[in-house]
Design a protein around this ligand. Structure first.
Ligand code: MEZ
Length: 539
């Protein structure tokens, strides 16, 4: 299965393992990091960005694929939609069935609101389900939310919106308690204290985990809670346009049944967008760790309705996507593998960086090692280098891998790779959208009564996110969006439903001279013709 080059290189990795495991690689200086990012991080590749010609972020650069969707043609542009007799009526309409949407639904329901959730796949088909390594919270005696803030603010290049980051870190301990009470099976020591580890860029061990399927465990618990409460979940139903009222407030959504293609109307006093990320747009041709529905839909809907985006030009490439075998190309290899002691090793068996630099720095360093330095190995998808997993048991003792990262052991084991004995090949994979819809601390966007939570939000993490702060933000901001929306719905009445903003957007697009616009939101990725960057599967 392995190529000769891989087998030769593996011998060098094994020969150097003991000395590599014992060494402490130095951290890069701030200047080294800045230079590295500018030269090798995909966010700096100017040719991959396009300037928006219209909408609230006109004049700003975003990834080419996103520009095409944001300036796209509505699915209902030439399609008469009857708003006169809505199919669903809610106080709070939640768009998205992942961790943020579910947390919002639970809290809004708890506050007495009539909640309806719509999701284009099924509840739980979301990036939350695929998160592995853990969730951060400063709840140990040697730690504090202030310390958590400093780590995340620095890691995000001092660009996070202070009020959002403050909310994230101060509400984190309560988020963990909330999940624990709901039934999440966190890893605990025999005395009941939670086991915590480091992530890249953290100064304290504050990563709480459920082995290496933390997201699946959290999503399982949230989904049970939504269903046990009897909250209506309309699945296989995508929101394809927001509905506003005559004063410009969010008032519902036009829905598309993904199976029958029927159009339905949801009227609501408030709307929460929790549609997640964009990995399935495969920016710059990268593979992705994201779930099938991650196509930036919420950004498109909100943009058309007048909401501004913050940092839509910054993406996270997780340093360690699987680079081999081909069947799992791009799948997430959790950062917890490095937290437990595995180091990144080049073709010559050399450690070339500290394993727990922040993600953007780590990804850029791997790209440089495989590219300019030509110290990577050829894989079916391109290049890769080693993550020396056997080091974990050298450092922590036999049995650690099976106990702490069983999902990784299983994922590679399916292909005959025993990660306790052999290193694995990795390369950066598109993982997270750092930017998104701009919100205030109560989760409201620039469109009144339109709330946003989870990966669709921009600005919580600045221009780079630390591991475990995303599972945290879906809980903190999901809960908050649910509570804010429920409170706002008490004073809101549904006015006359309107899609005038969609018409106006079409006129603006024509005036901007955008020819042959793509239909958006994309809803599902297209893998036709072997080109994941091309096309729109649902016309
Ligand atoms: O926060 C994340 O993205 C995360 C926990 C990923 C991982 O490496 O496991």
């Amino acid at each position: 299965m392995y190529t000769d080059e891989m087998l030769e290189s593996m011998k060098k990795v094994a020969a150097n393992r003991n000395s590599n495991a014992a060494m402490e690689p130095r951290r890069m200086t701030a200047e080294e990091k800045d230079n590295l990012l500018a030269a090798f991080h995909p966010d700096y590749k100017k040719s991959e960005f396009a300037e928006l010609k219209m909408g609230p972020n006109k004049g700003e650069k975003v990834p080419i694929e996103l520009a095409s969707l944001l300036q796209g043609k509505s699915r209902i542009e030439n399609y008469p939609v009857d708003l006169s007799s809505p199919d669903y009526d809610a106080d709070v309409l939640i768009i998205g069935g992942g961790g943020a949407g579910s947390s919002a639904a639970i809290e809004a329901h708890g506050a007495g609101a009539k909640v309806v959730m719509v999701t284009k796949l099924r509840i739980g088909d979301a990036n939350t389900m695929m998160a592995e390594g853990g969730i951060q919270a400063a709840d140990k005696p040697n730690d504090s939310p202030a310390q958590h803030y400093l780590d995340a603010f620095g890691g995000g290049h001092f660009a996070a919106k202070p009020e959002l980051l403050k909310k994230l870190v101060t509400e984190a301990p309560d988020a963990i308690l909330w999940l624990n009470h709901l039934g999440v099976e966190f890893d605990k020591a025999p005395d009941g204290t939670m086991i915590t580890t480091h992530g890249g860029g953290t100064s304290r061990k504050r990563m709480h985990a459920a082995k290496d399927y933390s997201g699946a465990e959290i999503m399982r618990t949230l989904r049970d809670e939504v269903l046990n409460r009897g909250i209506p979940v309309i699945d296989f139903t995508a929101a394809i346009e927001l509905i506003l009222d005559e004063t410009g407030k969010a008032a519902g959504a036009v829905l598309l049944n993904m199976e029958t293609k029927e159009i339905k109307i949801a009227r609501a006093k408030t709307v929460v967008i929790a549609t997640g990320g964009a990995g399935r747009l495969h920016y710059q041709g990268f593979p992705t760790s994201n779930h099938y529905g991650a196509t930036a839909d919420g950004l498109v809907l909100a943009y058309r309705a007048g909401a501004k985006l913050l940092y839509p030009d910054t993406l996270q490439y997780h340093p360690t996507g699987a680079a081999f075998p081909e069947q799992i190309y791009g799948a997430l290899v959790t950062e917890k593998v490095r937290s437990l002691g595995a180091k990144l090793i080049n073709r010559d068996g050399e450690v070339f960086m500290h394993p727990l630099e922040t993600r953007d720095v780590s990804a850029a360093s791997i790209i440089r090692e495989c590219g300019e330095r030509n110290k990577g190995l050829t894989t079916p998808g391109g290049k890769g280098l080693w993550l020396d997993t056997p080091m974990i048991e050298l450092k922590n003792g036999e049995g650690t891998i099976e106990k702490r990262i069983p999902a990784m052991m299983r994922m590679f084991g399916k292909y005959g790779i025993d990660i306790r004995k052999e290193p694995i090949l990795v390369y950066p994979t598109l993982h997270y959208q750092n930017g998104g819809i701009d919100i205030s601390a109560d989760c409201m966007s620039a469109v009144p009564n339109l709330f946003v939570a989870g990966e669709a939000v921009g600005g919580i993490h600045g221009r780079n996110r630390l591991m475990g702060n995303s599972l945290l933000d879906i809980i903190v901001f999901g809960r908050s969006a649910g509570l804010s929306a429920a409170a706002a719905s008490k004073n809101a009445s549904t006015g006359k439903l309107s899609l005038e903003h969609v018409k106006r957007f079409a006129e603006e697009r024509k005036a901007a001279g955008i020819a042959d616009p793509e239909i958006s939101p994309r809803l599902l990725p297209s893998y036709s013709h072997g080109n994941p960057r091309a096309g729109n599967v649902l016309k």
